[in-house]
Design a protein around this ligand. Sequence first.
Ligand code: BG6
Ligand code: MG
Length: 216
Amino acid sequence: MIDCCIFDLDGVVVDTARYHYLAWAALARELGFEFTPVQGEATKGVSRMASLEIVLRAGGLEGRFSAAERERLAAEKNARYLRFVSQMTPAEVLPGVAAFLHRGVRTVLGSASKNAGTILDRCGLRPLFDAVVDGNEVSRAKPDPEVFLKGAAAVDAAPSVCVVFEDAAAGIEAASRAGMRSVGVGGGASLSAATMRLETFAGFTFEQLAMKIDRD
Ligand code: BG6
Ligand code: MG
């Protein structure tokens, strides 16, 4: 039985993974190196400061900046990211997601982002979620299961009836560690541990999810 769907935000509900990448790539260029889309994959689902470490490592700059300087670099990236986010409209909700969220089953947002609230408001999505748990409320980043366990608890759902929708390997692992089934969304190569894969929500129904997940 499925009684609760928990959604990652970036790359599942909206295509903000692209904005995160563009903002990191711009920071890397300022620091004097190219940060490629392939390298960018590793920042998916990972907290802002951990993502910065990945970027700095890609440029061979790990250990080069003090904690205060790293905070400043992360703030600079975030300011650039927010310039993209501040232009977002409901048209940027990925195809089929809003229709899927309108189903009767409980829906929870479980995101590592501290900007989740802004994005939900810009895209008119807040009313579609029964609970929101984001990067401001968790202390342990994915692949730790904290964000999903908190989300399930917020709607009083047992992990065994929850399904997590994720586009990042760290999120699929977090779901598994939470005792939840998972759907790997999009074409990412690193999602093979998911219970099932889904290319797009367009045309995807809750009945199809239940059939696929409950059969496995
Ligand atoms: C995750 C993204 O949802 O949120 C990561 O997949 C991002 O790429 C993380 O680093 C933190 O986001 P923010 O908005 O708090 O910087
Ligand atoms: Mg994501």
